[in-house]
Design a protein around this ligand. Sequence first.
Ligand code: NCD
Length: 307
Amino acid sequence: MRHLLDTTDLSLQEIDEMISLAMDIVDNKDKYAHICDGKKLATLFFEPSTRTRLSFTAAMYELGGHVLGFSEAASTSASKGESVEDTISMVSCYADIIAMRHPLEGAPRVGAARSLVPIINAGDGGHAHPTQTLTDLLTIYREKGTFDNLTIGVCGDLKFGRTVHSLIKAMCRYKNVRFVLIAPDELQVPDYIINDVLEPSASKYVRVEQMEALMPELDVLYMTRIQRERFFSEEEYLKHKDAFILNLKKLENAKKDLTIMHPLPRVNEIATEVDDDPRAKYFVQALNGKYIRMALIIKLLQWGGLL
Ligand code: NCD
């Protein structure tokens, strides 16, 4: 049984196939409207979500399938003390595929060990968020036509931001990719991302505290929210909360074909005046999330012999 626990579970060829399938879905929606007839997706969200859960739900409906699940742990037996293993053992009897979000790093991996059906990690604590990364890859590919030779600025909470960790793991596998990691020192990427991901790769990276100086070199600017819920104290969060606010002034020296991305939700790290700039792609990115999740559901069901 294949699961998607982190981006590196997929080979580059499989990512290419997933992206091609998503693009075919965009162009030929009718062809896929009944491919999952009778199949059930369980969305188990032990942590808040808007886009990820709704886009998984929309994806499964558009494939002709059904969706069951919950959107908060309080309404489940987890609140009575049930373990992740037991919840997954049970749900995998009811559904053909499971998308799971959990506040604890590694929880989807624990669940996958027990599951009879494919498990998709829809975000585990501050660790990984591979379906957001597939969304980001589809967006980059549709905007740039390639993953090679790109300079990618990643800005905000690079310490706790799981979308950033998964994006770096994915993009550093392509040719001549350069990362500009923009964050205050305390919110820079964790050591394991530097030592185990970036250093062994061929990608170059720099760590900076401000975005202005290197803005003209960026092909992609990936903004992120300061992850309030993962700070140890509110005081620490308040110290960093307005660390970066992207506005039109800061974009004056940026490339004309810069792609501005954000996994959303935005708090105030992108001024709303940027939304009308043709380089702002974060809402297109959210739409791409539905198409790539449709492709992912199809592929995982096929690989598991369930479709
Ligand atoms: C992200 C997440 O949940 O990690 N949101 C999302 O899935 N699109 C980013 C965030 O919460 O800041």
